[in-house]
Design a protein around this ligand. Structure first.
Ligand code: TYD
Ligand code: MG
Length: 459
């Protein structure tokens, strides 16, 4: 009886209850109890079959040095930019969650990766819950994968999917998408947090027990969270997010968590009519092409992961109503409010009665504070209706006291800008290189007002 096994688990503290309650009886948090399945049988607990299984049993205490460190075996997926974000390739028994807006290219990328793996002689399985086998076949033809040997299963019931994975033992299985998978054991509707979480947990267990690498595709909700509010992120080994504007050609895949590699590494792709193609030299793709410098635009060098990227920050300052709007796309909204306050207080630039919009070009998301200086310069440039000089770049974090703080690996950023033909830079003092960089005039500043003066002096 499915009902007998139902249990409600708190997403905050892990406490359980036999019926649904608004408030968790253990930690008193509200609305955190979700339906789950109680594991029956002696010797079983919630950790059986997971990577924590070893922890759940009594173990002898050992010094760290005495524990053998086994190297992780990775299989390159055959798509360089994807391998880069994965930290070298797909790991045996590893679980990857790949999220992104609908239509951004998740299915396309994974089908291409599976085909490359299959060609390399590894058995693969593509479980489709959103599209029929015929639709997947149509996509593969479009991608030019006419004789693809990738095994396709159109199925959404968890138990059947697990049985197929266990009997077939592929090297890699893709579940597209986790939101469509449901288990008969739960009464909740498919796509609900309880279903998504429980199904992901079972698939994770299956991956750890069988050594099959599993890739879960997850949709992002309107609020920008993976449906099943982030509950999947802690369960899996690697979390990748697709970024980029569906209207532009370029897509970024970013690792935000990786137990087997560096985080914040990015892979860059271009969507072509033959699927996603890796862009190996991506530094200049997030610049819009102005023939003449325009007001409200400032280029910055961002360094997330290992590669510097030049990104154009645009601002539009326009007279607003009684409660002016502040809007940012691709940049932190709270930080924008803070930067406007700093601009007013320390540089005397007032935008109180103005609408302020800022945007990072190309749908890229910049989370590092090194964007601060470029955002402020773009805003000031728009407010004054005066363009920054040709070939201008800026970066640096700005503090509440108006100080300009250094960005990590400043030299690398400057060298990349010089390589792409930029000629003037305003950077934090601590980032100014000791040796001059050919072709680049560098203005090192310690304070916001200094940066504003430098720019004003450029005429
Ligand atoms: P898709 O991979 O289905 O996105 P997701 O699985 O993330 O929802 O599709 C991505 C979009 O890319 C789709 O709108 C059509 C387009 N596309 C191309 O431009 N070229 C191609 O070769 C393919 C297969 C899709
Ligand atoms: Mg899809």
């Amino acid at each position: 009886m499915a009902k007998d096994k139902t249990l409600f688990t708190c997403t905050e503290c892990g406490g359980t209850s036999l019926r649904w309650l608004g408030k968790c009886p253990s930690c008193n948090a509200w609305n955190t109890l979700i339906e789950s399945v109680a594991e029956a049988g002696p010797g079983k607990n919630r950790y059986s079959g997971t990577q924590f299984a070893g922890l759940a049993q009594a173990q002898a205490v050992m010094p760290l040095a005495a524990i053998e460190a086994t190297d992780i075996a990775r299989t390159p997926s055959g798509i360089d930019e994807l391998d880069r974000v994965l930290g070298g390739g797909i790991v045996e028994g590893g679980v990857v969650l790949i999220g992104g807006d609908p239509g951004i290219g998740k299915s396309t990328l994974l089908l291409q990766a599976l085909d490359a793996l299959q060609r390399a002689g590894l058995p693969t399985l593509y479980v489709t819950g959103e599209e029929s086998g015929a639709q997947v076949a149509l996509r593969s033809r479009r991608l030019g994968l006419d004789h693809s040997q990738v095994n396709v299963l159109a199925e959404i019931q968890l138990e059947k999917i697990l049985a197929t994975i266990e009997s077939m033992q592929p090297a890699v299985a893709v579940i597209d998408s986790i939101q469509t998978v449901y288990s008969d054991q739960l009464t909740s509707a498919p796509g609900s947090v309880a279903q998504v979480r429980e199904c992901a947990a079972h698939l994770t267990r299956c991956a750890k027990a069988s050594g099959v690498a599993i890739v879960l595709v997850g949709h992002v909700t309107k609020e920008g969270a993976l449906a099943g509010p982030r509950v999947l992120e802690h369960m899996v080994d690697t979390v990748l997010y697709f970024e980029g504007d569906t209207h532009s050609q370029f897509r970024l895949v970013r690792a935000i968590k990786n137990r087997f590699g560096a985080v914040n590494e990015i892979g860059v792709f271009a969507m072509t009519e033959k699927g996603l193609k890796g862009v190996s030299n991506p530094s200049a793709i997030f610049l819009s092409q102005h023939s003449e410098p325009v007001p409200g635009s400032c280029v910055m060098v961002t360094l997330e992961g290992t590669r510097p990227l030049l990104v154009e920050i645009q601002a539009l300052v326009d007279s607003g109503g009684p409660s002016p709007r502040r809007l940012s796309v691709g940049l932190d909204k709270d930080r924008l409010a803070m930067l406007l306050a700093v601009l007013h207080r320390h540089a005397g630039v007032a935008c109180m009665d103005q609408d302020v919009f800022v945007n990072a070009v190309g749908g890229v998301r910049i989370s590092e504070p090194a964007a601060d200086l470029a955002v402020m310069l773009a805003i000031t440039s728009s407010l004054r209706g005066k363009a920054l000089p040709q070939g201008f770049i800026a970066f640096g974090e700005v503090g509440l006291a108006g100080e300009v703080r250094p960005a990590p690996r400043g030299q690398e950023r400057l060298r990349e800008a010089a390589k792409l033909g930029f000629s003037v830079a305003v950077v934090p003092k601590a980032n100014a290189p000791k040796k001059p960089i050919e072709g680049l005039t560098i203005h090192a500043v310690e304070r916001v007002e200094e940066a504003m003066n430098v720019v004003r002096g450029m005429g």
